[in-house]
Each structure stands twice: as structure tokens, then as C-alpha cells.
Design a protein around this ligand. Structure first.
Ligand code: A2P
Length: 291
């Protein structure tokens, strides 16, 4: 497993990054610095996570006190559902640049295919009903293409899109999506989507690569209650390879050409989740996990 792979635009993306969803303000800045100390060079962020400004501040401080420069770090961000119309999307990219205090972002994704009513709220609701918009994500894509032309984004891609939706972007856009970020893990292997991505030269990035064991509420209900970290096969292999269950799962993903962005705010687990490059899961054991 290589530490980074090439996107169809020619840029390199590190295969293991840091997930920042559900990392609260007041905590995330320190987490980012610890992750950079550990060797992480890929940060998976989003407008919708509400913590980008603190990450931007942490990076600015980090550049001052270390030899790392902006170019050494791969930053992903995502345009939120309330910014799907052309003008709002362009503005939202400008806002991302401003939060990261940079003149380019490595990768910007459309966070979800569906838009929300555009306004101040991240989740516009009437009663408990989310208010959707009917803006076509092809309009959002055009805005991202414009920002690539302006040199403000290096690569663009999609998140939470299915095959038909990705195909529509490929067929109608000027620029091909370089990456797809979706939920994927041991119990949700996304084999068909992975195959489609491979055939279309789209890098596949797994969010919730550990099955998001810390999530609660709506997101947890949408998932099963089972915990991949307690899977009996994983526990067996953990003993066999003398690696933690998380390391077995993450390594299995890397060996399947899946890029990973595990989230942690704990220093030991941040290190554990990046310490994946000194062992190899055998072909037979990979098969067990694949099944
Ligand atoms: P914490 O931040 O306290 O480490 P995912 O990336 O799949 O969404 O998983 C993130 C969740 O998994 C968080 O709740 C995180 O908690 C926890 N987690 C992250 N790394 C590990 C690990 N190595 N072992 C066990 N749990 C982990």
C-alpha cells in the first residue's frame, strides 16, 4: 500500500486522512496539530461541520512553528446543501478559502446531491420537516468548475452520490469528478460503487471507516447497532497480527484501494489509526473480511 495515490488531475492524495466531523470547536484545533505531529497530511473537512475556522487557525499557527507549508497538506472541504445554486456555491468556496486562509483548496466535494432551501440555517425546517430545494446538482458542479478555472480549487468530486447521479455529472460536466466520498466499512462494503469508481478513475474515500461507533441519535439509528470493532473475525485477526481491531479494519480498507478518514479526538487513537503501514493482511485473511 502506497502512502498516497494520484488523482485524475495529477495531484497526489494521501490514502489515510483525518476525519473532522463531530470533532467539536475548542477541541479540533489541538487535534489537528496532534495529527500533523503524528504524520497526517490529509484533512477531511466540510462547511457543514461548523469547525473549519478553528482548523484554519490551527494550520496558520502550525505553519509558523514547524517546517510544514500549505503545499504539504491536502485539504478537502465540501459545499453544504444550502449552497447549491451557482452564486451561493461560488461564495461558499470563497468562504472556505477564507476560513483556511489559503488561495487554493486541494479538493472540494458536493456534500450531498440534494439541496436545502437557501438561507442562514444549516438545516432549514418548518416544524420538523427539512425544507429541500430543487436546485440541480449540475448547477453546483458548474460553479465548482468555474472555481477550478480560476485556480482556487485543484480537484473536484462528489459525496453521497449514487452511480446514476455520478454518471450524470460525468456525462454533463466539463471536468470529471476525481473522488467520491461515501460511507463504507466492513459491514457496508459498497462493492458495486467501488467497482464503478475504479472503472471511471474516481478515487473512493470511505467515511465512517470504523462504522462510526461514536455516533448517536438520528445517524446511529440509520446504522445498525452492531459494532465492526467487535466483529469476531476482526478480533481473531487482531490477535494474529498483533494489531488493534481498528488497525485491522483500516488496513483491510487500504488494501482494497479504499482511502480512509477515521475521526478521533484522542491522541492514542489518532496515532493508532495512522500506524498502518508496517504490516500486510494475507490474501486469505482479506478474503475472509471481504465476505
Ligand atoms: P474518539 O474520537 O473518542 O477516538 P468513524 O471515523 O468511523 O466515524 O469512527 C469515529 C468514532 O470511532 C469516534 O467515536 C472515535 O472516538 C472512535 N474511534 C476512532 N478511532 C478508534 C480506534 N482506533 N479504536 C476505537 N474507536 C475509535
Amino acid at each position: 500500500v502506497q502512502k498516497s495515490v494520484q488523482l485524475s488531475t495529477g495531484y497526489q492524495i494521501p490514502v489515510a486522512g483525518l476525519g473532522t466531523w463531530q470533532s467539536p470547536e475548542g477541541v479540533i484545533g489541538k487535534v489537528v496539530k496532534t495529527a500533523l505531529d503524528t504524520g497526517y497530511r490529509h484533512l477531511d473537512c466540510a462547511q457543514g461541520y461548523g469547525n473549519e475556522a478553528e482548523i484554519g487557525d490551527a494550520l496558520e499557527e502550525y505553519y509558523k512553528t514547524s517546517s510544514l507549508k500549505r503545499e504539504d497538506i491536502f485539504i478537502t472541504s465540501k459545499v453544504w446543501n444550502t449552497c447549491h445554486s451557482y452564486e451561493r456555491c461560488c461564495q461558499s468556496v470563497e468562504d472556505i478559502l477564507h476560513r483556511f486562509k489559503t488561495n487554493y483548496i486541494d479538493l472540494v466535494l458536493i456534500h450531498w446531491p440534494h439541496g436545502f432551501q437557501e438561507g442562514g440555517e444549516l438545516f432549514p425546517r418548518v416544524g420538523d420537516q427539512i425544507q429541500y430545494s430543487d436546485v440541480d446538482y449540475l448547477e453546483t458542479w458548474k460553479a465548482l468548475e468555474k472555481k477550478v478555472e480560476e485556480g482556487k480549487i485543484r480537484s473536484i468530486g462528489l459525496s453521497n452520490f449514487n452511480i446514476a447521479q455520478i454518471q450524470r455529472v460525468i456525462d454533463n460536466g466539463k471536468i470529471k469528478p476525481v473522488a467520491l466520498e461515501v460511507e463504507a466499512h466492513l459491514y457496508f462494503q459498497q462493492k458495486e460503487l467501488r467497482k464503478f469508481c475504479q472503472e471511471n478513475n474516481i478515487v473512493f474515500i470511505a467515511y465512517s471507516p470504523l462504522g462510526s461507533p461514536g455516533s448517536t441519535g438520528f445517524w446511529r439509528q440509520a446504522h445498525s447497532e452492531v459494532n465492526v470493532l467487535k466483529d469476531p473475525i476482526v478480533l481473531n485477526l487482531s490477535k494474529k497480527y498483533q494489531k488493534s481491531p481498528a488497525q485491522i479494519i483500516l488496513r483491510w480498507e487500504l488494501q482494497n484501494n479504499i482511502l480512509i478518514i477515521p475521526k478521533s479526538t484522542n491522541e492514542a487513537r489518532l496515532q493508532e489509526n495512522f500506524d498502518l503501514f508496517d504490516f500486510n493482511i494475507s490474501g486469505d485473511d482479506m478474503k475472509q473480511l471481504d465476505q
